[in-house]
Design a protein around this ligand. Structure first.
Ligand code: ATP
Ligand code: MG
Length: 357
């Protein structure tokens, strides 16, 4: 039976970049991958069409799909909306929650052809290949109680709750240990166990899991030191596992080591291996519709989809090899172009990857 893939182009550059990624999926289909493609609006595009950022029938399609490809949502057109429950971004949060996508994989891989685009010195970053595993549905972003209020004396205050249950820590821990087993077998768990009780529990659970993965070398690091080490000597890391907030911050920092946000894919997985795949960047309204967007983050997200949800690692390898070949030929979208390279449009980049596939 065909595996179902739902494409949600979204807003801004979303439609342009998912169009190129779709071509790559079609190339995989031509080469024997048994997939069925469907498309639906999400975010601002869905608000314009149906009044809500995630229509019930789109959610049903998402639940029935083996994997979802998301472009990006949001933009200035919808930023002024009074009712924040109907903002484009809510469509994305609802998808994550409804599908239980707790495991966020964000690789930071520097292609050798792009060493000059990194913000660090070549010897510090060349060969960089880190996988950040971030817990996505718990922690301080979701903990209750939360709010803003005013004391009787008129002083204002705000509060959030940083909470993790042991089963939430254990399931993200397992994702990270298994990832490390498939890579260089080094796992660094990042916490703030010297200050926060919830992360003391985090550290305990990681230590409890370790004997089940004797081939993986587990280490621990405080988040402040991890931020420093990522910039000082990032190649010491293989897999990093951390909570929602620390992962949000560290993965953005790691992204800059690789040169352009236009190169970075991501995956969000649930317990049954179903996943949503999307570029790390946003909808980039400043460049939408001009053929300037880099489609490679989205195309590389397809490679992650084939590897993690569709069990087609050979096709995933071919996509990654095709991207490398296109970079070898010095083809560059504007964000990664520099003197001596050839600047091409979003569409031309997508076509070049398909041709190299
Ligand atoms: P969001 O809140 O949705 O994450 P954002 O405001 O943080 O969005 P992005 O939309 O990711 O930011 O854009 C940040 C900058 O990076 C913009 O200048 C944008 O043009 C650029 N950018 C983002 N994605 C790409 C891409 N695929 N190709 C080229 N440039 C990009
Ligand atoms: Mg952003």
């Amino acid at each position: 039976m065909s595996r179902k893939i739902l494409i949600l182009p979204g807003d801004g550059i979303g439609p342009e970049i998912t169009r190129e990624a779709r071509r790559v999926l079609e190339a995989c289909r031509d080469e024997g991958l048994d997939i069925a493609l469907d498309e639906a609006p999400v975010g601002g595009a869905a608000i314009d069409e149906s009044g809500v950022p995630l229509a019930p029938e789109t959610l049903e399609k998402a639940k029935a799909a083996d994997a979802i490809l998301l472009g990006a949502v949001g933009g200035p057109k919808w930023d002024a909306m009074e009712d924040i429950s109907k903002r484009p971004e809510k469509g994305l949060l609802a998808l994550r929650k409804e599908l239980g996508l707790f495991g966020n994989l964000r690789p930071a891989l520097l292609y050798p052809q792009l060493v000059e685009a990194s913000s660090l010195k070549p010897d510090v970053v060349s060969g960089l290949d880190i996988m950040i595993v971030r817990e996505l549905t718990g922690g301080i972003y979701f903990g209750q109680p939360r709010g803003r209020d005013t004391h009787e004396d008129g002083t204002r205050y705000g509060y959030n709750t940083y909470v993790y249950d042991e089963h939430e820590i254990r399931r993200i821990g397992r994702v990270a240990f298994e990832m490390a087993q498939k890579r260089k077998k080094r796992l660094c768990s990042v916490d703030k166990a010297n200050v926060l009780e919830v992360t003391m529990l985090w550290r305990d659970i990681m230590n409890e899991l370790a004997p089940e993965y004797p081939d993986v070398e587990l280490s621990h690091m405080y988040v402040d030191n991890a931020a420093m080490q990522l910039v000082r000597a990032p190649k010491q890391f293989d897999v990093i596992v951390t909570g929602n907030m620390f992962g949000d911050i560290l993965s953005d920092a790691a992204a800059m080591l690789t040169g352009s946000i236009g190169m970075l894919p991501s995956a969000s997985l649930n317990e049954s291996g179903q996943g949503m795949y999307e570029p790390c960047h946003g909808s980039a309204p400043d460049i939408a519709g001009q053929g300037l967007a880099n489609p490679l983050a989205t195309i590389l997200s397809i490679a992650m989809m084939l590897r993690y949800s569709l069990n087609a690692p050979a096709h995933a390898d071919r996509i990654e090899r095709a991207v490398g070949e296109v970079l070898d030929r010095n083809l560059r979208t504007a964000d990664i172009a520099y003197p001596g390279t050839e600047q091409v449009s979003t569409e031309a980049m997508g076509e070049a990857v398909v041709a190299a596939f």
